[in-house]
Design a protein. Structure first.
Ligand code: ZN
Length: 330
């Protein structure tokens, strides 16, 4: 494993043995970087936990190549391609065992490849960190208005988390009820008493100029708010929203082509048409409007035009202003 106390920039691989039909004695090599500056906090930044989400990986690489080590406070531990074989195959899940890295935490030292990656993060990396930033996007099948997630009820870490999340400057800062699954990294980080920041910065398997720029500059601003570097840019305004069990998740009933009538991030009123469901295989069904049953912001749309029964078509979340935020006391 990399020497986490080495001054300056150190890069290495986390080596994991794997054995498959395609490669009997395979060596999986996960890139890891450690940047040590003046004494200060440690932040662990993960990209590529899911292999078809690209904003996080490139933002981390851009930080590595642009940061001024003489001006760095504390330590950054950076993994741009945490699930490296998934990243290099462009798949959400690990190709070798078909598992979802963010559904196998805290991991298993004797488990399959994905379980062992989770175990290393849990046992070797999170204990070193004061803060964990896990950069996601929607992947091929979802497309998010860029947002940073923070959990409610995070106690003494709440203000630090809120400051770092709003410094990121994503279009939305989304509060999530504290009901996340125990098999996610978020739960491990919270139980360890560390600050957890997660994002959804785009999706549909794309990387755009805007999403790449926001990811890189947002990560820099976030690291600034956490005390590592001086910020060079002012964060764009972020809207506060809340994703809860009461948020509207519109699920596809029948395989169809979805034609959106609105754009990601749009503010919707109850009754607005979000788009149309086209059953191109039927002569007896005209395009069917999909209506918003609630008032809020369009946080997410399907990432592909063709959606199947059970897929998410859209997610509408409650918006609230900062005055309401203060009153709610979260
Ligand atoms: Zn993801």
């Amino acid at each position: 494993m990399i020497d986490f106390n080495q001054q300056g920039l150190t890069s290495e691989y986390v080596n994991l043995h794997n054995s498959t039909n395609e490669s009997a004695w395979q060596n999986i090599r996960i890139p890891i970087y450690c940047l040590n500056g003046k004494p200060g906090p440690t932040t662990l930044v993960l990209g590529g936990v899911h292999g078809d989400e690209y904003e996080g990986p490139i933002a981390i690489e851009n930080i590595i190549t642009s940061i001024d080590l003489d001006k760095l406070n504390g330590r950054l531990i950076l993994l741009p391609a945490t699930n490296v074989t998934a990243v290099m195959s462009g798949t959400r899940l690990t190709p070798e065992d078909g598992l979802n890295l963010n559904r196998v935490f805290p991991g298993n030292a004797n488990g399959s490849l994905t379980q062992r990656i989770a175990n290393i993060i849990t046992q070797d990396l999170i204990p070193l960190a004061d803060h964990v930033i896990d950069l996601h996007s929607g992947g091929k099948t979802l497309n998010f208005a860029p947002c940073v997630f923070i959990y409610e009820n995070t106690g003494e870490n709440f203000q630090t988390t809120l400051n770092a999340a709003t410094a990121f400057g994503a279009h939305f800062t989304v509060f999530i009820e504290d009901d996340f699954s125990e098999v996610m990294i978020d739960d491990v980080v919270k139980k360890a008493g560390k600050v957890m920041i997660a994002s959804e910065l785009g999706g549909a398997g794309m990387l755009t100029r805007d999403s790449a720029s926001l990811a890189t500059n947002g990560l820099k601003r976030c690291l600034s708010a956490l005390g590592h570097i001086k910020s060079i840019t002012t964060p764009p305004e972020t809207k506060f929203a809340r994703l809860s069990e009461h948020s509207e998740h519109i699920i596809c009933d029948d395989t169809c082509v979805f034609e959106p009538s609105v754009n990601l991030g749009d503010l919707l009123s109850k009754g607005d048409i979000i788009g149309y469901q086209h059953r191109l295989d039927r002569i007896d069904e005209p395009p069917k409007p999909i209506i918003s049953k609630t008032t809020g912001a369009l946080l997410c749309l399907c990432g592909q035009a063709l959606v199947k029964r059970g897929d998410v078509i859209a997610i509408v979340v409650e918006i609230f202003d900062s005055e309401k935020l203060q009153k709610s006391g979260i």
